[in-house]
Design a protein around this ligand. Structure first.
Ligand code: GLC
Length: 630
């Protein structure tokens, strides 16, 4: 009996010791961002891994040197393999290709170079079987000048007369001038004289891309019908192109357009940067237009059922404007207005504080209840490896896979594909072709659009054509899917592990987020969810070896953490246990750590605390001893 009593006493003492070890969890403060409570259902897109396919460069099935729909269908299992939820395709519609498909001649027809409508239907079937959602590019700002609507508008057909933005120009001393000083994104005046109609038309991009006139309700209705057409074909949503350009200011009472003011820092009068675009982008009407498109999607869903259809909006506007695209108290907007901050705010020399600021900027501006997203690259911007460093590809993929919300990967970034130098002779992008051989490289988007690298065979396995539409990268024998599948810690395999982990983990899908620079070199992202594991992602952005005490920055972390994802640069291995007071990171190393199951979390006085599992066993032992001693 005495023995039992002594045992119970020791157990009580040990339990008291354990309780004093327990830590408050989580450590709420301003930087925590909650993305929803653990029991509410997340919609498919809220934690989605999105993947952008640039169809010309993904996979060529018919040997003409240009990718196509059958190529995409053939390779969709690859997207499944790497954990992709949905893919958005750059335009696949009939087009003279003056801007590689962003100049659409028929919005409801498939371009022959990409295949047929039957090929599209086949792609949809394959996608459905694999449970990969298809998102199409919706290009509302302009059509091609070869579009039937434009032809009829130019001919003065009453039905289409006001479909585009036409103006007779300004007469000065008997001479005709463009209506305003507006400049096209792709250089030179945004106004083009049309001999047939004897008027200027507006084109914010190349002159073969006339701007549609959204002040005409018939244009709005026609474009909503384009959305309905593709929704009926089964797509899960749209990426909306060049959103801020859709409306420009209306002409004044004298039917004149106002000039835009100059930017002092740009002395090239042909360059888009020469003017401050206060009348041609970000007009307030544009926000409501996006809400009206969302209403089209929602009413389609109400009528036809199925999962929510989504809008992803392309806008490089100031953050306060971007946030309005999410919706307001009375109207829903784009579920995912693209977050381009990782592209626009970070450079090769950014330190961990800059990374922290960039991530928090989105999270702190985002309205309550909305979903974040992280875009690392696209077909308009230098590739992430070229922008932020080849040796940072894994850490950036790690960052976007562990930050809350959706992530968007541009094809090839999962392999570490980088920009390819393209000679002036081989340059095809209109943005560069409109310049000259001495400056074209600053404007060209060809370097990030080269064919996808599948294997080390001819044309990197992209095609069997003798010439592909853009040259193949020189590094394709070292950077390709086939090879990277075999290397356990290739970029591709790290990417796959990240998305496997993300799918398995409730914390990564819905936990709270803390983003913190631990020094100039080290960034930490902590994700925590009550009664679940805590994850910590660590990036060593620089080239030094860093020793860190995680408990100093995150006092609520357990003393020991398990390594769950590493890169080629790491010295620790998956499964290793590390001491949270002393961890070494190698140059440009990145890791994901997870709390081990030797801690339980419990609530007391409204605060959650962690308790070593040992404490729970001792408590049970104490009860058992007490009962047996009676
Ligand atoms: C968007 C597209 C870009 C295109 C432009 C005009 O920014 O991403 O590729 O050139 O719109 O449509």
């Amino acid at each position: 009996m005495i023995k039992h009593r002594l045992g119970a006493l020791i157990a009580v003492l040990l339990q008291v010791i354990c309780l004093t070890w327990s830590q408050p969890f989580p450590n709420y403060h301003a930087d925590f961002v909650s993305i929803g409570d653990r029991d509410s259902d997340l919609k498919w897109w809220q934690t989605g891994a999105f993947y952008q396919i640039y169809p010309r460069s993904f996979k060529d099935s018919n040997g003409d040197g240009v990718g196509d729909l059958n190529g995409i269908a053939e390779q969709l299992p690859y997207l499944k393999e790497i954990g992709i939820t949905a893919t958005w395709l750059s335009p696949i519609f009939t087009s003279p290709m003056a801007d590689f498909g962003y100049d659409i001649a028929n919005f409801t027809e498939v371009a022959p170079i990409f295949g047929t409508m039957a090929d599209f239907d086949h792609l949809m079937e394959v996608a459905k079987k694999l449970d990969i959602k298809i998102i199409l590019d919706f290009v509302p700002n302009h059509s091609s000048d070869e579009c039937e609507w434009f032809r009829r508008s130019a001919a003065g057909d009453p039905e289409f007369k006001d479909f585009y933005v036409w103006h007779p120009g300004r007469m000065e001393n008997g001479n005709r001038h463009p209506p305003s000083n507006w400049i096209s994104v792709f250089r030179g005046s945004a106004w083009q004289w049309h001999d047939g109609r004897q008027e200027y038309y507006l084109h914010q991009f190349v002159k073969k891309q006339p701007d549609l006139n959204y002040r005409n309700p018939k244009v709005r209705e026609t474009m909503s019908n384009v959305l309905r057409f593709w929704l009926a074909k089964g797509v899960s949503g749209f990426r909306i192109d060049a959103v801020p350009h859709v409306f420009e200011i209306a002409p004044d009472a004298q039917n004149q357009y106002r000039d835009e003011p100059r930017n002092d820092w740009d002395n090239d009068p042909e360059d888009y940067g020469y003017l401050q675009h206060i009348y041609t982008v970000d007009q307030p009407e544009t926000i409501d237009l996006v809400y009206s498109w969302r209403a089209v999607l929602d009413s389609f869903q109400r009528e036809h059922g199925g999962e929510e259809r989504i809008l992803m909006a392309e806008t490089y506007s100031p953050i306060d404007i971007v946030m309005q695209y999410y919706g307001n108290a009375t109207a829903e907007g784009a579920q995912l207005p693209f977050n381009f901050l990782l592209i626009s705010e970070l450079s090769n020399s950014s330190n961990a504080h800059a990374y922290e600021g960039t991530a928090l900027k989105w999270l702190q501006h985002m309205p309550q209840g909305r979903t974040a997203n992280w875009v690392l690259g696209n077909h308009d911007k230098p590739r992430v490896g070229s922008r932020l460093g080849r040796d940072r590809v894994d850490m950036l993929n790690m960052l976007t896979a562990t930050l809350p919300g959706a992530s968007v990967t541009y094809q090839g970034e999962e392999l570490g594909m980088t920009d390819v130098w393209i000679s002036w002779k081989d340059t095809v992008d209109p943005s560069a072709c409109n310049t000259n051989p001495s400056i074209y490289e600053q404007y060209s988007r060809d370097p990030e659009r080269t064919p996808f690298q599948w294997t080390d065979a001819q044309d990197a396995g992209f095609s069997n054509a003798s010439k592909t539409w853009l040259p193949i990268a020189l590094d394709y024998k070292l950077v390709n899917v086939e090879l990277e599948r075999q290397k356990p810690l290739s970029h591709l395999n790290v990417f796959k592990q990240l998305w496997q982990l993300r799918k398995q983990s409730n914390t990564l899908q819905r936990g709270e987020t803390e983003v913190k620079a631990l020094s100039d070199a080290v960034l930490a992202v902590k994700r925590g969810l009550e009664h679940d594991s805590t994850f910590l992602t660590l990036l060593n952005i620089y080239d030094g070896v860093e020793t860190i005490n995680l408990r100093q920055s995150f006092p609520d972390l357990p003393p020991e953490l398990k390594v769950v994802v590493v890169t080629e640069r790491s010295q620790v291995k998956v499964g290793d246990l590390i001491n949270s007071t002393s961890l070494q990171l190698q140059p440009k190393d990145s890791l994901i750590l997870q709390s081990t199951s030797s801690y339980y979390s419990y609530a007391t006085n409204g605060e959650s605390r962690l308790l070593p599992v040992l404490g729970v066993y001792l408590w049970l032992a104490q009860v058992a001893l007490y009962l047996s001693s009676r």
